[in-house]
Design a protein around this ligand. Structure first.
Ligand SMILES: [Zn+2]
Length: 589
């Protein structure tokens, strides 16, 4: 049995002290730390935080040779257990790494537990030692009997159970007959935990019923208990999915407060995040790309399918909030409209397909810069709109007989909740909608995913009784600019969009827009009142200490028509009965 002892006493230095014991090591025993954490597709080089590596067998010091950035070779002799000790610097507040200070500890095994090559399939144990007094532990890793001792079936399981340590709020509820726990670290004193628990229970009950039907048996669920661990911070938002838990980060002000009954946009965002990560327990942790059937911790793991695993999960995260009755129809349609407007504002959708965006996540999505909107498309947002188009296509063409819900359940049943490829998604669509109708829809899907054309949403949404109204473009949209601005900082260009008026005028990311037509501007929209009736607008911008004068020619009528504005979606009161019935079946609470 491979065992790790993790000591969390050195809170001021933010150091976990780790001791790894390997019984009967190989004569040449390789050890390595993963370079990435599953679910977050970036090489993060966790080994950069590892130091003071030492190894012994009994009293004998064991020679250690570093073979590459994350791999070591221990030269062992005889069968005496190999003991390896090291320090891990832990001061990363994200959900992807490790953190330790006097208030809180957190870690994922990927950043803390060296992998013992050749022994990954054996049981692994993990014991927490010398926790600061009063600290508690939350994790979905099964307890091993002793206090603060845990046991995982193998290395994959070991690193798929993050740990939250400290003094935190904790609550429990039941969903689908299975125990769920929710812990919140760092909440404000007036945090309304009871409300959060009640709302999350509705999400979980809805999602369990989505996958397994309303009368689900606890043994149908892919886990026998589940833990949400949320770190409340001043600013931040994100999550990472695991097989029986999720690590979340959210802004304190977005959590519900005692005595405040309304549902802020921030709280809806947190509920959407919770819904998203919980849905992943099925879609990406069990149903997963065939390329992830066996994970390689030493390098990038490529797949073209993130549009399905992240995009379709993004479609269902908010939709299931609606079906759980946590948001109303109008609010749901506003959320969809925000996604549609966001995708339309990205010229990169004409450059990169969803399949390419998935494959390139490692160097593009996770390494965004000022050129990102011009060169890439998000497999989250556009992927969720593909799911919407597919769902509405299935529902409208089958007169309500087929839906994406059925496709998801068909995939789950057909794969046994295991690895799948694109052809399995196509087969599930055909199985649900019939070979002819399903085949046509699957062909459309393949075109959306591998091509760069626009989705037919303006045509599909009205079939569900949803009115699509284009709103006038803002000045930033008409000029093809993204800015950050405030009265204090003025107008800073964060991105110049491909082919737009700002690009032709010579504006660049990082420029500060000082003046328009000789007038100081502190918000871009203020410039609307200053623009000349015809001809180019005279701009003053500051770049690298110099002040430049630029002339910005107004967009032509054709360019203005092309400029993506914002889309407003609402239930159409004049929709026919068939469209209304389709909308009701789609958005039913
Ligand atoms: Zn996700």
């Amino acid at each position: 049995m491979i065992s790790y002892r993790i000591d969390a006493t050195d809170v001021h230095a933010h150091l976990f002290r780790v001791t790894l014991t390997v019984p009967r090591p190989a004569a040449e025993q390789h050890l390595s730390l993963p370079v990435w954490i599953p679910g977050s597709y970036l090489v993060r080089e966790f080994a950069r935080h590892l130091s003071n590596l030492e190894a012994t067998q009994g009293e004998r010091e064991v020679g250690l040779q570093q073979l590459d950035k994350a791999t070591w070779l221990a030269r062992c002799s005889g069968s005496a257990a190999l003991r390896v000790s090291y320090l891990v610097y832990a001061f990363d507040t994200s959900v992807r790494a490790a953190f330790l200070d006097p208030r809180r500890g957190f870690f994922n095994g990927t950043g803390v537990c060296l992998r013992v090559h050749g022994r990954e399939a054996e049981a692994h144990t993990l014991a927490l030692e010398r926790l600061p007094s009063g600290w508690e532990v939350a994790t979905a890793m099964p307890a091993a009997g002793r206090r603060h001792a845990y046991r995982a079936a193998g290395y994959d399981a070991l690193v798929d159970h993050p740990f939250e340590l400290g003094r935190f709020w904790r609550g429990r509820f039941d969903a689908g007959g299975v125990a769920h726990e929710f812990v919140v670290a760092g909440a404000l004193p007036n945090f309304d935990g009871a409300r959060l628990l009640a709302d999350v229970q509705r999400i979980c009950t809805t999602e369990v019923a989505f996958w397994h039907g309303p009368g689900a048996n606890p043994s149908d669920l892919p886990f026998d208990h589940y833990v949400f661990m949320l770190n409340a911070v001043e600013d931040g938002h994100g999550g990472l999915e695991h097989r029986a838990s999720t690590a979340l980060i959210a802004a304190r002000r977005d959590l519900p407060r005692a005595g405040v009954a309304d549902c802020s946009d921030g709280y809806v965002k947190v509920l959407g995040l919770i819904s998203h990560e919980y849905f992943h327990a099925w879609n990406v942790k069990r149903l997963r790309p065939r390329e992830f059937a066996r994970l390689d911790y030493t390098r990038e793991n490529y797949t073209e399918l993130l549009w399905f695993f992240e995009g379709f999960t993004s479609y269902y995260d908010d939709l299931l909030l609606r079906r759980a009755g946590l948001i109303d129809e109008a609010r749901y349609l506003r959320l969809v409209a925000t996604t549609v407007s966001g995708v339309l504002a990205v010229p990169g959708r004409k450059v990169q397909s969803l399949a390419q965006a998935s494959f390139d996540a490692w160097v593009k999505y996770y390494r965004s810069d000022e050129n990102t909107p011009n060169a890439t498309v998000s497999y989250y947002t556009l992927g969720s709109l593909v799911a919407l188009a597919l769902d509405l296509g299935l529902r409208s063409r089958s007169r309500g007989q087929a839906s994406l819900d059925q496709v998801m359940r068909n995939l789950w049943a057909a794969s046994g909740g295991g690895p799948i490829g694109e052809e399995d998604i196509v087969a599930a669509i055909k199985a649900v909608a019939g070979p002819r109708r399903g085949g046509a829809l699957a062909d459309e899907l393949i075109g959306w995913v591998h091509g760069t054309g626009d989705l037919p949403l303006a045509e599909l949404l009205p079939r569900a009784g949803v009115r699509w109204q284009a709103q006038p473009a803002t000045l930033a949209q008409r000029w093809g600019l993204r800015v950050s601005e405030s009265a204090l900082t003025g107008v800073k260009v964060s991105a110049v969009l491909r082919g737009g008026a700002a690009e032709r005028a010579g504006l660049a990311a990082g420029d500060e827009l000082l003046a328009v037509e000789g007038w100081r501007v502190r918000r871009l929209e203020d410039a609307v009142a200053l623009l000349p009736a015809k001809g180019p607008a005279q701009l003053l911008v500051s770049r690298d200490q110099r002040v430049l004068a630029l002339a910005l020619a107004p967009p032509s009528a054709a360019q203005r028509d092309d400029a993506p504005g914002t889309v407003h979606l609402s239930a159409d009161p004049r929709a026919g009965s068939a469209a209304r019935a389709l909308r009701q079946a789609w958005l039913q609470a």
